[in-house]
Ligand binder design. Structure first.
Ligand SMILES: [Zn+2]
Length: 624
């Protein structure tokens, strides 16, 4: 009995079967499939007795003598026999057992029965077992209606599902399809002029094969389930798994990610290397419940099952800075504390000197903490990390939700430790949720076939940072979006209130943007698996943030929502330059938020009086 997977609204999204089969009798299978199979796999199927002794003996001899693989020497009956063994294995003993099994099959079943079993059980790649599922999957029709060219496309997949995957290697599949069509004509199964005209047709497999939404999400749930309850229950238990996935959001994420990749290739003139494509990952979280609403672990699950949102540990670059700022806020720093954006040299215990640089080699000098995070100033982050100590930064990051190991070193402030997108998103969610930490969850409930609840998510809340620190941090991260390195999200059409942080690693190998609104949090990572540079000038702000905007403007349409101010926050009008209370003479002022008790009391000492006024005043005084 299959296990069913539901989305957060109770809609069925997936079923786990042992195998996906739809058995059909032989006379309902298009003869072209059988003909293509015979010319390609086993020309003497109707004549032999299950194995071909001479070729078998030769294969085994070659295996013993020359260590040649025992591949491509099996008859259809032997291939069927192989399906009766649970694990694939290539050894002489196994080969002999297969031969014995094949003989037994030939003795007990007719050739047609063997063919029928074979076609109904064999694997056609892309998760499709049996000829009916394959016909529907690749061509959207029943096995009964398959044409000769379609049959010649399907059959090679059996031999090597990855090698002859029509989606990944269309050129290769087209060549072998045409070869099989020729063979079908040579053996008189079709007219040779028909074969010639069919060979002119393009490969017309249905694309994409299965519109299965959220494959990486489903795989995450599958792995979790097996760890909790084992494989048997998943495939045979008839269990219901209620997940947190929001199908609408998941669909938007997948659609926009596809568009965005094309945009990146075009805009940054990235070389198209199909073996090593540019990858991305997206996580959408509800920051209050920590339910994962959508997850994308890569561009194409069929090509790579490696989940770049939950399994890849990459450097977060500047996306790590909020942890430094939070550690500073907890130690009495404020949004308007003046910090120095200038070179720093830190002597290390090893005797070396650590002297990082700003990525743009520009130094702003004394600036506010707000401006420093909005413009992502590296040297300010390192200086802060030095002043408050790397241990304090590690402590904050861990409280917020980072689970990857973190080394308490000075470069940590620049995000040099490997972390996953999911844990980064969850740590930011702790800021969004006013300082409350919870673990991210994919599953709400698991119910067995008799209605017993096997699992129910009880997501405990832990106070990680104060609501006031969290609120001030959110306010600082709003500046990143409104006046800092993530302004691109406005250009890409997101209008609502938002807070977030970009991240870019050395040599532009990783681009990050993690941002949230009062309702939802979305994190985006872009990069190559091989740590290659994404492109010249590629940064979080122009590579990752635009995808965030594309997604969020479709899933978070209420742009009237504002972040709520908790008690214990005071607002002061301050001078942007001095970080002190504004005077009528200050040029750039703003309403700054403070944790009560940390607000400034002194007035700006840069702009207290205009110079001309002083001169005039003194001149007047000098007059007799
Ligand atoms: Zn001033």
């Amino acid at each position: 009995m299959s296990t069913k997977l539901y989305d957060c609204n109770g809609n069925l999204i997936y079923e786990f079967y042992r195998e996906r089969r739809e058995p059909v009798p032989l006379d309902e299978i298009s003869p072209h499939i059988i003909h293509a199979l015979l010319v390609s796999e086993d020309r003497h199927f109707y004549e032999h007795t299950g194995v071909m002794p001479r070729s078998m003996v030769r294969a085994i001899w070659m295996n013993i003598r020359y260590k040649r693989p025992l591949r491509g020497t099996s008859t259809i009956t032997q291939q069927l026999a192989r399906l009766f063994f649970l694990y694939p294995e290539k050894s002489i003993i196994r080969k002999i057992r297969e031969i014995l099994m094949a003989w037994r099959l030939e003795k007990e079943f007719s050739k047609d029965e063997i063919l029928e079993m074979y076609l109904n059980h064999i694997y056609f790649g892309n998760g499709l077992y049996g000829v009916e599922a394959a016909s529907k999957g690749y061509f959207g029709k029943s096995a009964h209606d398959i044409t000769p060219d379609e049959a010649a496309t399907l059959i090679p997949i059996i031999r090597a599902p990855a090698e002859f995957d029509p989606y990944k290697h269309p050129d290769r599949v087209l060549r072998i399809r045409n070869h099989i069509l020729d063979e079908m004509a040579r053996f008189g199964y079709i007219e040779s002029n028909l074969a010639d005209s069919l060979k002119q047709l393009p490969l017309h497999v249905r694309s994409p094969i299965r519109q299965q939404l959220g494959t990486y999400f489903i795989e995450e749930v599958r792995r979790w389930f097996i760890k909790q309850f084992g494989t048997y229950l998943l495939y045979e238990g008839g269990v219901k798994i209620y997940t947190t996935m929001d199908t609408t959001i998941q669909r938007v994420v997948e659609e926009e990610a596809t568009k965005h990749i094309d945009y990146l290739y075009k805009t940054f003139d990235i070389e198209d290397d199909s073996l090593h494509p540019l990858e991305l990952a997206v996580v959408v979280l509800d920051p209050y419940t920590r339910e994962v609403k959508a997850l994308l672990g890569g561009r194409d699950f069929r090509r790579s099952q490696f989940n770049r949102a939950t399994q890849a540990r990459r450097q977060a670059g500047s996306a790590f800075k909020p942890f430094v700022w939070i550690a500073a806020l907890e130690r009495g720093y404020t949004a308007s504390t003046i910090v120095e954006d200038k070179p720093i040299s830190i002597p290390l215990v090893t005797g070396e000197i650590y002297s990082p640089t700003n990525y743009d080699s520009v130094y702003y000098g004394p600036i506010t903490m707000r401006k420093a995070i909005a413009l992502s100033r590296n040297l300010v982050a390192v200086r802060l990390g030095y002043e408050i100590g790397p241990d304090a930064v590690v402590d904050v990051a861990k409280r917020m939700g980072i689970r990857s190991p973190l080394m308490p070193v000075y470069s940590l402030a620049l995000g040099t430790s490997g972390v996953t997108l999911l844990e980064m998103c969850n740590a930011y969610a702790t800021i969004a949720a006013y300082g409350i930490y919870k673990a991210p969850i994919f599953v709400r409930k698991v119910v067995d076939r008799t209605g017993n609840v096997l699992f129910e998510a009880h997501n405990d809340s832990v106070r990680a940072i104060s609501p006031q620190v969290a609120y001030v941090m959110t306010s600082l991260l709003k500046s990143v979006v409104d006046e800092g390195t993530a302004r691109s999200i406005r250009y890409f059409g997101f209008k609502g209130e938002a807070a977030g942080k970009t991240g870019t690693t050395d040599n532009s190998t990783d681009a990050w943007f993690i941002g949230y609104t009062p309702r939802l949090l979305t994190g985006v990572w872009v990069g190559f698996d091989s740590l290659r540079k994404i492109a010249d000038h590629a940064v979080g702000g122009n590579v990752a943030a635009p995808l965030w905007a594309r997604i969020m403007k479709r899933i978070d349409t209420d742009d009237t929502l504002k972040f709520m101010q908790p008690p214990g926050i005071v607002t002061r009008r301050i001078c942007d330059e001095s970080g002190k209370l504004a005077t009528p003479y200050c040029k750039h002022t703003r309403d700054e938020v403070y944790i009560a008790g940390t607000e400034p009391h002194q007035y700006c000492d840069i702009h207290h009086k205009p110079k001309e006024h002083i001169i005039e005043f003194e001149r007047k005084d000098l007059l007799p």
